[in-house]
Write a protein that binds this ligand. Structure first.
Ligand code: ADP
Ligand code: ZN
Ligand code: ZN
Length: 817
């Protein structure tokens, strides 16, 4: 009797693959252990054992494995169960899930490129012979593919050697260069070294006697640094001396003070400032008890608490209880990079028990977190992570918290698995028979609907912490303002008044404009032509700073032309406006204040985002202009006014979720205003102040919004009433996409009839020279989801077997939120 294993290969194969093993190997192997295997004529892969059996495959002769790579499973049986669900539910292969879950250093294959670790010194005698040969080879060539190493060592079975070298840290796997977790940059000041002599200092103080405020600052600096004997933060100096940041800036500009930055690494917790968790107020206490009660008969509970109601402190209490019970907790966040404040807060409470995980970490860092979670290490009891951390090897998971559960970035778009981290987390928790808490000030329609249906528990927290009032929202009719000539550029007189007032009282302002660039579209006044991207069907966006036209889909850019490409006219005008233009107008309106901009363009560089956040925290920025990046969980004490420059372009976005999203976005940005005693103010500029969504934002009427939107979803058959699967066809040939999409949709209609929509070109129908066409399948609640998917897969298989269609890429996206 032969022995065999079925394995998952990290490639998109529909079925698991079978290999032959010996009796001894069969006794040793368990599901979740890695083996290196040959594949095809020349390839080798790292494969993952799925099961061990004695049935030879009927369609092909099973090859033998090369080698076993692990002593104990790297992937748990709970994970394998979870992966099966993901692959079935999101209609992708187990190989897709494996690739998304495992750090690349865990899945070596013939195509993997490795290179020497230059910053680590390895003694030759620490290397075995075969390791030495590879190490030497990398000396002469900076990087090599694993298949090259196969010929250098003249054997196929090389993965174990590579694995040993990786463990010795001698080499690393090349991958896209990811930026590491961004440390916080904190600004410090010291007296310039010019004044280190007694004499120079005396002269300085004399000179400053004519500028008493500046003199005070310098004196304060002396006393603070004498007291603490530590570097002095700009913020501390400002609060101690009572001087504004502009006075300190003047001293820096004069060269009297020198500023410098110290990186504060938030991943490396220094164990110094361990805080006790806060005592909850009555409302929080009640909400916490309601959550616990609801968990008695519900596995999933939604905590709907207005912005700044103190949801995080409630999570903290729940985490504490899990830690005391020795359980692991997963705390999901929409985007780690945008929530450094929260990371810091949790580390203050839980110190080194917190591990942060992010798919943009280097493979090395991900491997470390993986191993810690797998070993149930005390340093990984609370995992704080974005989407992909639901794929970690938890051992005894007690609770999952999904913060800001409404955020669309929880859904992965590309590549497969196109999973939704919230829904995938719920399934993960159920595998461990543990609970999931969803939290948001503006829940997704899906979750609130599920709660209303009794599928989830629901806990409401309506009071802001400390009785801070909800901001006062004012709608400004800019159509009317234009008519009465009360606009300066894109600023209404009301907005300018409020800004002036806010600045006078030393508070900060956030201006929100949901578009980057200077003005989205350039249009010729003579012939109406507007420059288009050569690769995508979309108009180019004008970026004044670089005097460029850029494509936001593919990155194409070109110099802004002086004349119209079509007719040669010089009258090129801009339509609409972006963050860059807002920033420029603010600078002209308020020249005495510090203005900064936060969008993809200004935060791209290293620490770009960190610098802006820190500058705002430290009071160096008076007015911050930004895109939706601003909405994410930021907590700034001193921001009192939020201006939304134009609500209409969000509301008019061509998507069935546009209204829901607009409400969430505006409610969340508004939540940034006035988080302390003083009531915040929000001004929303719009051409249509009577729009229901705007009325609902201004009265904080979430439930009314929910009911109205749900009614629309009923009428137009959209989620959460109907489920949806989106099928996208992609090819560079326009006709082929058209013919293929028609065939596909026709086949779907024979099964699903009127619940098939399309095929239709999306608003941007060509991206990177590929034409796209969408087909939507709507699934009524009573229809079996599993049967629906089976039928789609059948059609998909017939489609791929048509010769003309084989080259068309088909993307299946389940629950395309
Ligand atoms: P949410 O997550 O609901 O927006 P947060 O948890 O961020 O609200 O709380 C808002 C602010 O109130 C934070 O600065 C937080 O530190 C503070 N806060 C909340 N609850 C308490 C409490 N029980 N004691 C002291 N401060 C609290
Ligand atoms: Zn023209
Ligand atoms: Zn483009």
């Amino acid at each position: 009797m032969g022995h065999f294993i079925n394995v998952i290969l990290p490639i998109p194969l529909e079925k698991s693959f079978t290999y032959a093993i010996t009796k001894a190997e069969a006794d040793f192997l368990k599901p979740g252990i890695r083996v290196s295997v040959p594949f095809g004529k020349t390839k080798i892969y790292t494969a993952l054992v799925l099961d061990i059996h004695d049935k030879a495959p009927s369609a092909y002769e099973a090859k033998e494995i090369h080698q076993i790579l692990d002593e104990t499973p790297l992937v748990t049986t709970e994970q394998l169960k979870h992966w099966q669900w993901i692959s079935k539910y999101y209609m992708c292969t187990l190989g897709d899930v494996m690739r998304a879950a495992l750090p690349s250093a865990f899945i070596l294959e013939s195509e993997t490129v490795i290179s020497k670790n230059e910053d680590i010194v390895i003694n030759d005698e620490d290397l075995k012979d075969d390791e030495f040969v590879i190490y030497e080879a990398l000396h002469h060539q900076s990087s090599l593919k694993i298949q090259d190493l196969m010929s250098i060592l003249d054997k196929k079975n090389v993965l174990p050697v590579i694995k040993r070298l990786l463990e010795k840290n001698a080499i690393s796997v090349q991958e896209e260069i990811y930026e590491k977790y961004k440390p916080k940059l904190v600004r410090y000041v010291k007296l310039s070294s010019k004044f280190s002599s007694e004499k120079a200092l005396q002269n300085l103080m004399e000179e400053l006697s004519r500028a008493p405020k500046q003199r005070d600052v310098v004196m304060t600096l002396f006393s603070v640094s004498a007291q603490t004997k530590k570097p002095v933060k700009v913020t501390d100096l400002s609060s101690e001396s009572g001087a504004s940041s502009s006075i300190i800036k003047a001293l820096i500009d004069k060269g009297i003070l020198e500023e410098y930055h110290i990186q504060i690494d938030r991943v490396q917790y220094d164990g110094d400032d361990n805080e006790d968790s806060k005592q909850l107020n009555d409302y929080q206490e009640i909400a916490l008890n309601e959550v616990l009660e609801s968990f008695e008969n519900q596995n999933i509970t939604l905590l709907h608490g207005v912005t700044s109601s103190g949801k995080t402190e409630i999570y903290v209490k729940l985490i504490e209880a899990q830690i005391n019970a020795n359980k692991q907790v997963l705390y999901l966040l929409p985007e780690i990079a945008l929530t450094t404040q929260l990371v810091e807060r949790l580390q203050n409470y839980f110190g080194e028990k917190v591990a942060v995980f992010h798919s943009k970490y280097s493979s090395h860092e991900r491997v470390e977190v993986w191993n810690n979670v797998l070993q149930n290490a005390p340093t990984a009891q609370v995992i704080l992570g974005a989407r992909s951390s639901v794929l970690l090897p938890f051992q005894n998971l007690g609770l999952i918290i999904v913060d800001e559960e409404h955020e669309s970035s929880y859904k992965q778009f590309d590549p497969a698995p196109r999973y939704h981290a919230r829904d995938t987390a719920i399934v993960l928790a159920s595998i461990f028979k543990s609970k999931t808490l969803l939290g948001s000030a503006t829940p997704s329609l899906e979750s609130y609907y599920n709660a209303k249906q009794g599928k989830y528990g629901l806990v409401e927290l309506q009071h802001r912490y400390n009785n801070v009032m909800m901001p006062d929202v004012e709608l400004v009719d800019i159509k009317d303002k234009h008519k009465r000539k009360r606009m300066q550029g894109h600023f209404s007189d009301r907005l300018i008044e409020e800004m002036t007032e806010t600045l006078k009282t030393n508070h900060q302002i956030i201006l929100f404009q949901n578009r980057r660039g200077f003005s989205p579209i350039v249009e010729c006044q003579t012939c109406g032509h507007s420059p288009q991207c050569p690769n995508c069907d979309v108009s180019l966006t004008f970026h004044q700073y670089k005097n460029q036209l850029r494509c936001h889909y593919c990155g194409y850019h070109t110099v802004m032309p002086k004349t119209c490409d079509a007719c040669g006219s010089v009258e090129l005008d801009s339509k609409g406006f972006g963050t860059e233009q807002v920033e420029q107008e603010v600078k002209a309106l308020f020249p005495d204040y510090n203005v900064a901009r936060m969008d993809l363009d200004t935060t791209r560089g290293k620490y770009g985002y960190e610098k802006i956040i820190t500058a705002l925290e430290q009071g160096e920025i008076d007015i911050l202009v930004g895109t939706q990046m601003l909405t994410k969980g930021l907590d700034f004490r001193n921001v009192k006014l939020v201006g939304i420059m134009n609500a209409d372009n969000m509301l008019n976005f061509p998507d069935f979720r546009a209204h829901e999203r607009s409400y969430q976005l505006m409610a969340q940005v508004s939540g940034r205003a006035g988080r302390t005693k003083e009531r915040g103010k929000v001004l929303i500029q719009t051409y249509n102040p009577y729009h229901n969504i705007l009325q609902q934002v201004s009265t904080n009427a979430y439930v009314e919004m929910f009911e109205e939107q749900l009614n629309e979803r009923h009428i137009y058959k959209y989620p959460p009433i109907f489920r949806m699967i989106k099928i996208t066809l992609k090819h560079k040939d326009y006709n082929r996409v058209n013919v293929g999409a028609d065939w596909y949709a026709r086949s779907l209609r024979t099964v699903f009839d009127a619940n098939v929509l399309g095929p239709e070109f999306p608003p941007v129908a060509r991206i990177r020279n590929q034409y796209l066409k969408h087909i939507l399948v709507k699934i009524p609640q009573k229809q079996s989801l599993a049967k629906t998917k089976e039928a789609i897969i059948k059609i998909n298989n017939s489609f791929s077997s048509v010769k003309d269609f084989r080259a068309i890429r088909v993307i299946l996206n389940v629950d395309n939120y």
